[in-house]
Design a binder for this molecule. Structure first.
Ligand SMILES: *[C@@H]1O[C@H](CO)[C@@H](O)[C@H](O)[C@H]1NC(C)=O
Ligand SMILES: *[C@@H]1O[C@H](CO)[C@@H](O)[C@H](O)[C@H]1NC(C)=O
Ligand SMILES: *[C@@H]1O[C@H](CO)[C@@H](O)[C@H](O)[C@H]1NC(C)=O
Ligand SMILES: *[C@@H]1O[C@H](CO)[C@@H](O)[C@H](O)[C@H]1NC(C)=O
Ligand SMILES: *[C@@H]1O[C@H](CO)[C@@H](O)[C@H](O)[C@H]1NC(C)=O
Ligand SMILES: *[C@@H]1O[C@H](CO)[C@@H](O)[C@H](O)[C@H]1NC(C)=O
Length: 772
């Protein structure tokens, strides 16, 4: 049994071994040296493939060491190695135990084999003095095996949800006890999950979708721990009922809404493995394949029921979901605001009809917020305390509009008050009562009332018109136009009374010289409605403009009749100015006189008027006289001239001398002083017109005034006296030098006193009484 290559042979090793084996082989009782110590068996563990060193006791170095091995389950010991300290020998068969060597007395087993399991005995021979004695060391070696890399085996790599599946962790070898652990990772999960299973079998019963993913098992024993590669469990399921979402998202009671012209995306998601195939239907017609259906620009016709069908091709299972999509659109145009007047309040109207859904409208006032309603909203707001110019805003909101829309009303009071007037229709058949009060928001309401405050006709805004049938009994009737506006209290009004016309003529008697033009003037003074004016000629016919030299000049309330080239035959007579309105008539007459001209001299001036002496009385002590006169007939005059002459047959009688001239043409009375009380004078008066003297008045001599007249004359004399000196009588001088230009009758008959001393100035003192 012992190999031949042992180098040192201090002992006969076979012999020794034999002794030892002999000794062990029997009852185990040492025979050789009964006093030799027997050591307790020591348990040692080694790991397969590693090395282990077996110690052969302590104490002084033995002379000889013999290692023997009894495999597990066997009773027969076998020698392994022997050494005497300098040389050693290892039994060739010991390679079943591993790589065996000796280190001093220890047995070293490298690359340990499972065959090394068993009992080792080390017998050491010691020399102590002359005695030999033996020690025995018993060792029990256990060889442990590491676990191999586990493998996961699935009963079905693609089970359908609800079925059962088993994952098995397979370990080829490894010293028991081997323990197991399982880990699971979902494909997109947060991380590995450690499962609480310590068995090599992982039961998934029933399998569900959460079981899908990678499985790894680990095995471990006293020596090591190893993990398997991951194995994928593909659980087949679905599809679930699809979930539809709409972008942009808007919910209605029935489903979803989107705005007109917007891009709308419908997405469908149904959980499924393998992933679903999707089909979109609108109102049962297929419109799209794929999980998302995009409507590039939504229109009202896109409103409908949208169905998403999901299909799992592996299982050939289907699910579906239907949603309602409504396309919203705002009402057309703009919201409109209006205001109506009501008693003591303003009624604010705001409307914006149409749209889907209808727009939400809200009134807002300067002080508070008003009501809210869809499509149209009405707010009755008290007028009391509302300032002029108050603004009310109606705000409209619609889901399809990003920003609200507005309309506004400004409540304002019309300025001033109503104005009333009347007009008559052509032919005066109807009288129109008009009343106006413009402006305002709401516009003012106007109505006509009669004297009893009963309304006539219906009310209207800003302008009220009432028609009356023209009747004579309307004259004097009163009508009131009442205005009302919420911001104005009390109600303003205007009033008018129907009246027959009244007119006035400028002169009731007009005299013109033949060939001149005459003016007849007529003016309307009153009359409601305004009257129409007309002139009737002398034959009661209406004057037609353009005929017979008639020209009408209407101007405002006046109507002037111009008569050109007055002619006594055609034009003289009584004219009537007539005013007519629908209520009545009135007229005034004017007498037109056309006078033939006298004194048609070189100058075509008309003659001055005739003068008559009204009164000629003596003043104090007959040194002065008081003259009063009047003019008769037509004619122009620029001044008066008073002449005197001594009557009787005394010296100076018969010659007229001018006592006063250049008397104001408006004057009708003169006080003439410087008289000789002893002389009886005669007086006459002439009217002068530029270059022409009129007919002299009749000649009169003064008389004594009645006694009672004296104080009045004296009183008048005291109030104011003007003394004027007339330097020359130019007219008379002129007439004297140009006698041929004055072919007038009186001049040729009478001798003018100025003629006798043509160039001598005549000083005359005239006492003028200024008439207040
Ligand atoms: C063997 O024993 C000798 C002497 O006792 C010692 O010096 C040596 O180190 C030992 N060798 C080993 C490998 O233990
Ligand atoms: C306003 O709305 C009411 C219902 O709220 C409706 O009866 C009425 O006809 C609407 N008026 C207008 C002008 O739209
Ligand atoms: C009310 O205000 C408006 C302007 O907003 C103005 O024209 C009007 O005259 C005012 N009315 C009165 C009565 O002051
Ligand atoms: C006014 O005069 C016309 C004719 O000139 C007459 O027919 C009418 O009756 C008169 N009207 C009144 C109210 O007097
Ligand atoms: C003025 O007096 C003259 C002479 O006496 C007379 O012929 C004439 O008719 C008178 N004129 C008027 C208008 O009276
Ligand atoms: C009378 O004389 C005044 C002033 O010279 C003149 O303006 C007027 O036209 C004359 N009237 C007539 C009827 O000639």
């Amino acid at each position: 049994m012992v190999g031949e290559r042992v180098q040192h042979r201090p002992f006969d090793l076979p012999l020794l071994l034999h002794l030892c084996l002999l000794h062990l082989g029997d009852s185990g009782q040492p025979h050789l040296t009964p006093q030799s110590p027997v050591e307790e068996a020591v348990s040692i563990q080694g790991v397969r493939g590693n090395s282990v060193e077996l110690d052969c006791g302590s104490g002084p170095a033995p002379v000889v060491v013999l290692w023997s091995f009894t495999p597990l389950g066997s009773l027969v010991p076998r020698p392994v190695a022997v050494t005497d300290g300098t040389s050693s020998k290892v039994e060739a068969g010991a390679s079943a135990l591993g790589v065996v060597s000796l280190r001093n007395s220890s047995l070293v087993l490298g690359e340990l084999q499972e065959g090394a399991r068993g009992h080792f005995l080390c017998q050491a021979l010691h020399v102590s003095g002359a005695q030999l004695h033996t020690t025995y060391s018993y060792l029990t070696l256990a060889v442990l095996v590491p676990v191999s890399k586990p493998q996961v085996q699935l009963s079905d790599p693609s089970p359908v949800e609800g079925a059962s599946a088993v994952a098995t962790c397979i370990v080829r070898e490894g010293t028991e006890p081997v323990t197991f652990a399982w880990r699971h990772q979902t494909p997109r999960g947060p991380g590995e999950t450690r499962l609480g299973i310590t068995e090599p079998l992982l039961w998934l019963d029933p399998v569900d979708r959460t079981h899908l993913g990678w499985y790894v098992c680990s095995a471990s024993n006293a020596v090591n721990r190893l993990s398997s590669d991951g194995v994928f469990l593909d659980v087949i399921y679905g599809p679930e009922k699809p979930v539809i979402t709409v972008e942009p998202l808007g919910f209605t009671e029935e489903g979803f809404w989107a705005s007109e012209k917007e891009e709308v995306t419908l997405s469908c998601m149904a959980e499924s493995n393998p992933p679903s195939h999707y089909v979109w239907l609108r109102d049962d017609a297929q419109v799209h394949t794929g999980p998302t259906y995009v409507i590039a620009s939504a229109g009202r016709t896109h409103t409908g029921l949208y169905t998403c069908l999901a299909h799992n091709t592996h299982l050939d299972t289907r699910t579906q979901t239907t949603v309602q999509l409504t396309i919203y659109y705002p009402p057309a145009g703009q919201p409109s605001c209006a205001v109506l007047p009501t008693l003591g309040a303003v009624t604010l109207l705001c409307a914006w009809p149409g749209g889907l859904p209808t727009a939400q409208l809200r009134w807002e006032g300067p002080q508070k917020t008003g009501p809210t309603a869809p499509s149209n909203v009405t707010w009755s707001h008290a007028a009391v305390g509302l300032p002029n110019g108050s603004v009310f805003t109606c705000t409209s909101q619609h889901p399809a509009l990003a920003l609200p829309t507005f309309c506004r009303v400004k409540i304002w009071e019309p300025p001033k008050s109503p104005i009333c007037w009347t007009t008559a229709t052509v032919g005066d058949q109807f009288i129109m009562l008009s009343c106006e009060w413009p402006g305002g928001e709401p516009p003012a309401v106007l109505r006509w009332l009669d004297r009893q405050q009963q309304p006539l006709g219906s009310a209207s805004s800003s302008l009220a018109i009432h028609l009356l049938q023209a009747q004579g009994d309307l004259a004097g009737k009163e009508f009131t136009c009442q205005g009302s506006h919420p911001l104005r209290t009390p109600d303003p009004y205007c009033r008018l009374q129907l009246e027959a016309p009244h007119l006035a003529v400028a002169e009731s008697r007009v005299s013109v010289l033949e060939g001149e033009e005459a003016w007849l003037e007529c003016a309307l003074q009153e009359g409601t409605p305004p009257a129409q004016l007309l002139w009737l000629g002398p034959q009661q016919q209406q004057v037609e403009p353009g005929t017979s030299g008639f020209v009408l000049h209407p101007a405002g309330a006046q109507l002037r009749l111009q008569i050109r080239d007055a002619d006594p035959v055609h034009h003289r007579g009584t004219y009537q100015c007539v005013a007519r309105n629908a209520v009545g008539n009135s007229s005034q007459s004017v007498l037109l006189e056309v006078l033939s001209e006298i004194c048609l001299g070189f100058f075509w001036y008309p003659a001055p008027p005739n003068v008559t002496i009204r009164r000629l009385t003596y003043g104090r002590h007959r040194r002065e006289v008081q003259l009063q006169w009047a003019i008769q007939g037509p004619g122009n005059l620029t001044s008066f001239l008073v002449q005197r002459r001594a009557s009787g047959s005394g010296p100076g009688s018969g010659a007229w001398e001018t006592a006063a001239s250049d008397i104001d043409p408006e004057s009708r009375g003169w006080r003439l002083g410087g008289l000789d009380p002893g002389v009886l004078y005669a007086f006459r008066i002439l009217a002068l017109n530029h270059h022409t003297a009129g007919y002299p008045s009749e000649v009169k001599t003064p008389v004594d005034p009645p006694f009672s007249a004296y104080p009045a004359v004296l009183g008048a004399a005291g109030t104011g006296m003007v003394v004027a000196t007339v330097v020359s009588l130019l007219v008379f001088q002129y007439a004297a030098r140009h006698p041929r230009t004055f072919p007038c009758e009186w001049e040729s008959k009478e001798k003018d006193p100025a003629q006798e001393s043509p160039d001598a100035p005549v000083n005359v003192t005239i006492t003028v009484t200024a008439t207040p």
